[in-house]
Design a protein around this ligand. Structure first.
Ligand code: NAD
Ligand code: GLY
Length: 361
């Protein structure tokens, strides 16, 4: 088992990465002896959640219940969040409750937000079951839900007690979801680590074939980078924004296409290509890096063709409500080299327009 730490002073927490962590109970025992509410979804309930509930009962947790949310990004909203509060209140959970997020990023983000709000804050654990959640959303404490007018617009920074990453659960993940997770892995190479990007170029086929060692290495490296960035800038006052490479473009695609139609990772994959493309147009990035990014993202099984029904104004409309907009100026994550991301509003609006135009039919 690998152990990393997110270093946040008295809110520091461990990330455990291993091959059968859910089966060996070591981590669960430490964190789940009191009142526990498992939050999961309709897909994962029979795959992993029923078993987890049984195991917690056998381990001696004082109270274990489960709330099963509808599955899908389109349900990541306040109505669904209320189902968690309904369960907590109707079953009389008190402030010593621990919530367990067993699922992908949707379950993780909602459970974390529910934990942040319930009785002004209870503990929660992340047990991420998608690659995307294992390398990104379960680490760093961003929690929340979508609003019809913008993605992840309602939420809180709220850190878990620990993150338990069991690589073996990825065996049941649909291939399209695996590819979506690989998008976020590629992101770390692009923004932070050229050597890791080259490693991904070498190992992409192993990742797609779910080679356990390759997956574990990619997860560990990704979590290491994420933990380092979050430790420097927990609440995104500066550096942390680089983790959003491609996201401003991607969120526009997700919101315009209707949440759930483009997977988050798919939209981020294309968004990263757009961000690299714009960086080339600004003269900041060697076109060869854009070509390498396009090639790796395509090899990961991610779409490079933009939606055919989106206009430049559609993109700009959604991008204008991005959380990185400051004093009415849009800030974007762009690259000044492989592994060198910058957060910048230092570009002419025309360059953004030209970039977007080239992705609109
Ligand atoms: P998801 O949670 O919708 O999961 C994808 C699908 O895979 C779902 O149908 C789910 O039921 C299924 N699934 C999950 N684990 C499985 C398994 N082991 N086997 C079979 N099926 C499985 O999507 P996601 O890609 O994990 O997360 C996307 C969400 O994460 C978005 O809402 C995004 O905004 C959020 N996100 C948050 C952060 C953050 O820092 N908090 C970072 C990135 C993304
Ligand atoms: N996924 C971006 C962040 O956690 O900041």
């Amino acid at each position: 088992m690998k152990l990393l730490e997110v270093d946040l002073g008295d809110r520091s927490y461990p990330i455990f990465i291993g091959e059968s962590l859910l089966a060996d109970h070591l981590c669960l025992k430490k964190y789940c002896m009191g009142q526990v509410l498992i939050v999961t979804n309709t897909t994962l309930v029979s795959m992993y959640a029923d078993q987890l509930k049984l195991e917690l009962q056998n381990l001696g947790s004082s109270k274990v219940d489960m709330v099963v949310l509808p599955d899908g990004e389109q349900y990541k909203n306040l109505d669904t969040l209320n189902l968690i509060f309904d369960e907590l209140l109707s079953k009389k959970y008190n402030r010593s409750a621990t919530l367990i997020a067993l699922g992908g990023g949707v379950v993780g983000d909602m459970t974390g937000f529910a934990a942040a709000c319930y009785q002004r804050g209870v503990k929660f654990l992340q047990i991420p079951t998608t690659l995307l959640a294992q390398v990104d959303s379960s680490v760093g404490g961003k929690t929340g839900v979508n609003h019809a007018l913008g993605k992840n617009m309602i939420g809180a920074f709220y850190q878990p007690q620990c993150v338990i990453i069991d690589v073996s659960v990825l065996n049941t993940l649909p291939q399209r979801e695996l590819s979506a997770g690989i998008a976020e892995v590629i992101k770390y190479g692009l923004i932070y680590d050229a050597t890791f990007f080259a490693w991904l170029e070498e190992n992409m086929n192993f990742l797609l074939a779910r080679d356990v060692d390759a997956l574990a290495e990619a997860i560990e490296k990704s979590c290491q980078i994420k933990a380092e960035v979050v430790a420097c800038d927990e609440k995104e006052a500066g550096l942390r924004a680089i983790l959003n490479l491609g996201h401003t473009f991607g969120h526009a695609i997700e919101a315009h296409q209707g949440y759930g139609n483009w997977l988050h990772g798919e939209a981020v994959g294309l968004g990263m290509v757009m961000a690299c493309d714009m960086s080339v147009r600004l003269g900041w990035l060697d076109p060869d890096i854009l070509a390498r990014a396009r090639s790796l993202i395509s090899r990961a099984g991610l779409p490079l063709d933009a939606p055919t029904d989106m206009s430049v104004d559609d993109y700009l409309g959604f991008m204008a409500v991005d959380k990185k907009v400051l004093d009415k100026k849009l800030r974007l994550i762009l690259l000044k080299g492989l592994g060198q991301a910058v957060v910048s509003s230092d570009f002419e609006a025309d360059v953004l327009r030209d970039t977007l135009t080239s992705y609109c039919v």
